[in-house]
Design a protein around this ligand. Sequence first.
Ligand code: MF3
Ligand code: CO
Ligand code: CO
Length: 315
Amino acid sequence: MKNEADKRVPGPNEPCWCGSGKKYKKCHQSADLAGGATTAQPKPEARANPLLLTELERTAMRKACSVNADLMDYIRDFVQPGITTQEIDKLVHDWTVQRGHIPATLGYRGFPASLCTSPNQVVCHGIPGDYKLRQGDIINLDLTTIVEGWHGDQSETLFVGAVSEEAVALTQCSFDSMWAAIDVLKPFSKVIEIGSVISKMAKQRGFEVVKEYQGHGIGRRFHQKPDIPHFPDAFHGRQILEPGVCFTIEPMINQGTWKTVLDRRDHWTVYTADGKLSAQFEHTILMTETGPEVLTMTRRGPQRGHKFLSPAAVS
Ligand code: MF3
Ligand code: CO
Ligand code: CO
């Protein structure tokens, strides 16, 4: 007698259980077998809480995030005076597709590029174009890759040559507040703890936290529950981070006001309302039974506790 899980294994030519529309043999069959599974995973919607990942799903997320982190390690050194953001976009696109993966932002709700490039007063969702990086700029590169159906999402703010002391302090605040939030989390923590820690640190350092854009659950979908505000929001803050939930922390910290404006022509680029600087870092995090696991750690990028320094100005 077959059990319930057995019945869900599709035949090789039947549609895959993941909903991709591909045949099972062309989709998850080999991954299921390689993972030691004798049966397919139950459909996410058949589980009590589909946001809580199984061991196989956690392995898939770890892989997607590690690919995305390798891409961050690859692209970082190209950020130099004179490169355009669309040249960075091409490098990201080609690196990704050459490895058989998919740039998640390309075509996502109509977004036209393979990453978001957000310099200086751009808060997030900047579209790569003919803007040429200049000495003194700070720029956030936000990368998301789909690997075998799973999303890895992370961003860093990078310095273009020597930057101002204020830009260094702002960048440091975004980085430190992200890590302070990660380090406060335990299994079953409430989401509000993330926003409380980030807001407190930003306030202490004289900066403001963007409210209209937030972190998010992530997995087979780019954006899903839970919402992760970076300020203490009573509504979303009640969510509990159970072992198995995967989400991002991605604080956008502004030099001046937290308020933002959306570009009226492209409907994507988000600017600070006062034209002052904004900085952001992002990691994808899996809550496990023993605490948060940062899935998007790079080998060569800034590690927990990193102190940012502006390279010496060249005349
Ligand atoms: N990577 C962004 C995030 O961290 C989302 C970019 S969506 C896009 O959630 F459409 F703007 F690319
Ligand atoms: Co994100
Ligand atoms: Co992102």
